[in-house]
Design a binder for this molecule. Structure first.
Ligand SMILES: *[C@@H]1O[C@H](CO)[C@@H](O)[C@H](O)[C@H]1NC(C)=O
Ligand SMILES: *[C@@H]1O[C@H](CO)[C@@H](O)[C@H](O)[C@H]1NC(C)=O
Ligand SMILES: *[C@@H]1O[C@H](CO)[C@@H](O)[C@H](O)[C@H]1NC(C)=O
Ligand SMILES: *[C@@H]1O[C@H](CO)[C@@H](O)[C@H](O)[C@H]1NC(C)=O
Ligand SMILES: *[C@@H]1O[C@H](CO)[C@@H](O)[C@H](O)[C@H]1NC(C)=O
Ligand SMILES: *[C@@H]1O[C@H](CO)[C@@H](O)[C@H](O)[C@H]1NC(C)=O
Ligand SMILES: [Fe+2]
Length: 624
């Protein structure tokens, strides 16, 4: 091998310094990670933080007379304004309600075609745009659809409900990471009285294989309800300044009430044994929409159905999910699902898949084939992270809902594993639990990290019993899903072989605690994401967090079977994109430097570094 010349030595040094600078600056940015564990150090020995019994008391619903649950605008102006992400950063849904909901008998639904659904918007604020010429103030207007729904109970003594007019408008052609100012409503109403005040939101980063950009902070909450505890969860969550909110099902808990309203109960069947079916009091939904509005009118909120959204009505409960289907805009058409029961969307470099647990999930069903197609379409260079969410957890060591959705796990787990889903978020169980990486109930370094975050604080109270606590293993008659089959299974290997429950915390459960709270996901780069669980009680004391871990992806190890270079549509350099260069290329770079062909290799490395720095800063690949 030829020995390097002096000039070669100098270049060697220069390249070395450059490499150290580039790599170092990325490391320094995350050097705060000291002390926070990573999943690479797992699997962790199972840990339980003992329940603090002082937290058990008092979680009644906030009454509808509370000012936070009152309309925030005078009719005919819009209220319950909420944003939702569409399939990507260039599009956003805006939803709101006009007109009064009605409760009683012989109701006449409002006419949705009598009110316009308009969103006026632009990149500059126009706070003084009041009466008259709104079109002079905003460069864009988008129009959408309006609908009403009714919750009808043909039983003596029960009251019916019919909603205000629910509007959904999809804004398109937006620029990523850009603040938009908007007013929604009906501009034809005299004096601008049919329009909201000016509000604003920031679009998410784009999902381009040439620029790895991630939403700043994704807040995750489940089983929220609207109690004193729920409001404390939402206040805490808002203080953490998320750029996207994901609700993993069970939103308003309107079905803790009879149709006559009154007081909500922690257990419907216990308090109202004479009810002809599980009733629900829809004005609670309106109260929830109003309570959430200060957050949802600024930040997109993505929801997926839970069991509290079933809300059966009609004769024998043939009509279900009416409120969920009408109130929320979700990108179902954009993601090819054509049903709000399941859908997907991109938030920067994260592909979110929202699955329906209360609709068919069998391998022969429509959801399964949609999921298969959706997973196959993912370009991991554009969205390295795949996060799936659905309401009831597959991995759960609490007694509550233990193995309730085994059928769904058995049907779908293999598919998600095969496609390298990184994180799974669920709720349903009213407590917190984070799992070790697991597949098919076996610890597996390539399995997803499952997290149960159903501890939003609803009226049903916190779950404290573990299936491994003495006498707390559920029986065969417990934990049957409201919709779908029962597939309870005894373990076939490990310490619980032949049994339904473990006698200690299972090895797949890394950490569990019965406290209310919410989670925050901050993706750092294509392989590191910081997950933090915030307990409500910490908001009042020190700044501590309940649980924190870096979820680390290992694409080289775990994505072998699905690696595809499918993004030729992007005009990337043929070597691939910065994330790939820094992932798999750094070792190769060192080898090149060690070899004798320094001049050529050094200039190549410099070229690559320059290109990747430009790519990291600017965005030469995108059209914006
Ligand atoms: C991602 O961030 C982690 C933590 O800061 C760092 O160790 C790693 O090298 C980074 N990976 C990439 C691909 O940039
Ligand atoms: C719920 O709220 C009540 C009243 O503020 C409080 O005493 C209780 O500790 C909270 N429960 C939990 C689990 O945080
Ligand atoms: C509610 O609507 C159902 C279905 O239209 C009807 O049978 C029932 O009488 C209504 N109830 C009241 C109280 O008006
Ligand atoms: C999961 O484990 C069960 C029982 O050990 C086994 O029968 C089944 O084939 C496994 N499934 C997969 C997808 O590996
Ligand atoms: C789907 O699976 C569930 C649970 O096993 C079962 O109850 C249902 O009958 C199945 N449906 C179809 C269409 O196979
Ligand atoms: C599962 O285990 C339980 C004990 O935990 C036992 O009573 C039951 O018979 C077992 N079921 C099967 C199908 O083996
Ligand atoms: Fe639930």
């Amino acid at each position: 091998m030829a020995s390097p010349t002096a000039a070669g030595d100098l270049r060697f040094l220069l390249v070395g310094v450059l490499v150290v600078m580039v790599v170092g600056s990325r490391l320094v940015r995350r050097a705060d990670g000291g002390g926070i564990p990573t999943t690479l150090e797992g699997p962790f020995a199972p840990a339980t933080l003992a329940f603090d019994r002082a937290l058990r008391q008092g979680s009644d619903d906030v009454p509808l007379t509370d000012p936070r649950l009152a309309p925030r605008a005078r009719p005919p102006a819009p209220e319950q304004i909420a944003l939702a992400a569409s399939s990507d950063a260039t599009s956003v849904w805006v939803s709101w309600i006009t007109g009064a909901a009605q409760v009683g008998s012989h109701l006449t639904p409002l006419d949705p075609s009598a009110v316009r659904s308009e969103v006026w918007y632009g990149e500059s604020p126009s706070p003084t745009a009041s009466a008259g010429d709104i079109s002079g103030h905003y460069p864009h207007v988008e129009r959408g659809k309006a609908e009403v729904y009714s919750q009808l109970y043909p039983y003596p003594g029960l009251l019916n409900y019919t909603s205000g007019v629910i509007h959904h408008v999809r804004l398109r052609g937006l620029r990523p990471v850009t603040r938009y100012y908007y007013r929604c409503g009906d501009s034809s109403v005299h004096g601008g009285a049919g329009l909201s005040d000016e509000l604003s939101f920031e679009t998410l980063p784009s999902s381009s294989s040439c620029s790895a950009a991630y939403p700043r902070r994704v807040a995750v909450v489940g089983d929220l309800g609207l109690t004193g505890n729920s409001t404390s969860t939402v206040e805490h969550l808002a203080r953490n300044d998320p750029s996207l909110v994901v609700v993993v099902g069970d939103m308003a808990y309107a079905n803790q009430y009879r149709t006559t309203g009154g007081r909500g109960a922690p257990c419907f069947s216990c308090s109202f044994p004479d009810a002809p079916l599980r009733e629900s009091y829809q004005p609670r939904w309106d109260g929830w929409g109003r309570f959430m509005e200060p957050l949802t009118s600024r930040i997109p909120m993505m929801v997926i159905e839970g069991n509290h959204e079933i809300e059966p009505q009609g004769q024998g409960g043939v009509v279900t999910f009416a409120s969920y289907m009408s109130r929320f805009a979700v990108p179902s058409e954009e993601s090819g699902s054509n049903t709000k029961f399941y859908y997907s969307f991109n938030a920067g470099g994260i592909h979110f898949i929202m699955l329906g647990a209360y609709v068919d999930y069998n391998r022969t069903g429509a959801q399964y084939s949609w999921l298969e197609k959706d997973l196959r379409k993912i370009d991991r260079r554009a969205t390295p992270w795949v996060v799936a969410a659905w309401h009831p957890p597959w991995y759960n060591s609490y007694s509550s809902h233990y193995q309730e959705f085994e059928c769904m796990r058995q049907a779908m787990e293999g598919l998600l594993y095969q496609h390298g889903v990184d994180i799974v978020l669920s709720g349903h169980v009213h407590a917190y639990e984070r799992m070790n990486r697991v597949f098919n109930y076996t610890l597996d370094p390539c399995g997803p990290v499952y997290i149960t975050i159903g501890d939003g604080g609803n009226i049903e109270k916190i779950d404290i019993d573990h299936a491994d606590d003495p006498g707390k293993c559920p029986g065969p008659g417990d934990n049957h899903p409201e919709i779908g089959g029962v597939c309870h299974l005894n373990f076939t290997s490990g310490p619980a072989k032949g049994k339904f429950c473990w006698e200690k915390q299972p090895d797949w459960s890394a950490f569990r605690e019965s406290s209310f709270g919410h989670g925050i996901l901050e993706v750092v780069n294509s392989t590191y994401a910081l997950w933090t669980w915030h307990r409500n009680q910490d908001a009042y004391g020190d700044d501590s967090v309940g649980d924190q871990i870096y979820v680390v992806r290992q694409p080289d190890k775990c994505l072998l079977q699905t690696t595809r270079a499918s993004s030729d549509k992007n005009n990337c350099p043929s070597q691939g994109c910065p994330s790939l260069v820094s992932n798999s290329g750094s070792g190769a770079q060192k080898d090149m430097i060690r070899s004798g062909h320094l001049i050529w290799n050094a200039s190549l490395v410099i070229w690559m570094i320059l290109i990747s720095t430009v790519f990291l800063k600017g965005n030469p690949c995108s059209n914006f």
